[in-house]
Design a protein around this ligand. Sequence first.
Ligand SMILES: Cc1cc2nc3c(=O)[nH]c(=O)nc-3n(C[C@H](O)[C@H](O)[C@H](O)COP(=O)(O)OP(=O)(O)OC[C@H]3O[C@@H](n4cnc5c(N)ncnc54)[C@H](O)[C@@H]3O)c2cc1C
Length: 346
Amino acid sequence: MGQRGYATTHLALGDGDNCKGWLVGEPNKGLSYMFQLMNEARIGVGQTAASVAMAAYQASLQYASERPQGRLVSEKDPLKPPTLIINHPDVQRMLLTQKAITEGALSLAMECNLLYDLAHSTEGEQQHQSWLLLEILTPIVKTYSSEQGSRSAALAIQTLGGYGFTTDFPVQQYYRDLRIMSLYEGTTGIQSLDLLGRKVSMEKGKALQALFAVIEETVNKASVYSSLASFARTLEEEVKRIHAVLAHVGKLASSGELDRSLSDATVFMEMMSYTVIAWQWLKQSVTAQTKLQSGDYSMQMKEFYEGKIHTMKFFFRYELPHAEACAKTILDPEFLTNVKKRELFA
Ligand SMILES: Cc1cc2nc3c(=O)[nH]c(=O)nc-3n(C[C@H](O)[C@H](O)[C@H](O)COP(=O)(O)OP(=O)(O)OC[C@H]3O[C@@H](n4cnc5c(N)ncnc54)[C@H](O)[C@@H]3O)c2cc1C
């Protein structure tokens, strides 16, 4: 699909049969050493995916604000000039979806960067908790940003209509650049196996507990505001849903059905991602609401804070409900992805 503007190098070693290898560190520890590098790379990919998707969003927002086409269905006068496409509810749905995904992903990337700094600059319990949280959030930031970032850039193309498909506008290039992000540094399938097979149970579930603890902290802060309380309750329900799904997966694993227990790891990843990004949106909204109630803001910042709360509402209405559908899929007793007869795919 083309990865432009990159300096990509293919290293070929040992062509002259004169290769020498040095063991770095202790024998049989290579995988854990490799993960030190990989984790940083995965957060980097998540952050890059969020940034490219943001560029696509900004380009489509500008286009929608300049392009006149059609009239609102409520406008019956054919002599009136066409309206800007940003005024059509369906275009607003596409723009708000992009804003909800890109700012949600960027917010999670910032959270991970903060945790990375804390895990490297603090000591004792705080260092350990930061590291645990970073461990569980790393596959999520990599996967959510790349998968949903691609979807977001596809919506940027859709917002421009036919022009979005052409090289006259940049959104098609953003889409192609984004598509690689869910493949390299570990495909989505591999990230999901890491999340469900390793991170959820690491240190007897301590990373997951650390995550639920910070989500609860945000839920408690949001519950104080009447405008945010119902969203806090919704998020609490989603956390309960994750518990129910994990109890089901745990039962499968303990009864020896290992393949089955991890077969829907990617669906679980999707479910967790919606919940984690909902947490990020609620967290941003608590800050925005606090600022709005303080009265200490410029007109531009007032709109910025209101935009945050509006997008949080949009995320909870249009995106988060998918988590329930994921749970339904995972909890279904029939194992559909265990096809032994190749003919069934024909
Ligand atoms: C543009 C580009 C740049 C790249 N740059 C680099 C680079 O700089 N350095 C480098 O080392 N690599 C690089 N790669 C390679 C990249 O990391 C791999 O392509 C990627 O990790 C996927 O591995 P694979 O291609 O072998 O796919 P496979 O491992 O064959 O995967 C194919 C499919 O099978 C699934 N799958 C595989 N194993 C399992 C499993 N155990 N359980 C469930 N599902 C599974 C995967 O999720 C995927 O959907 C680059 C790739 C591209 C396209």
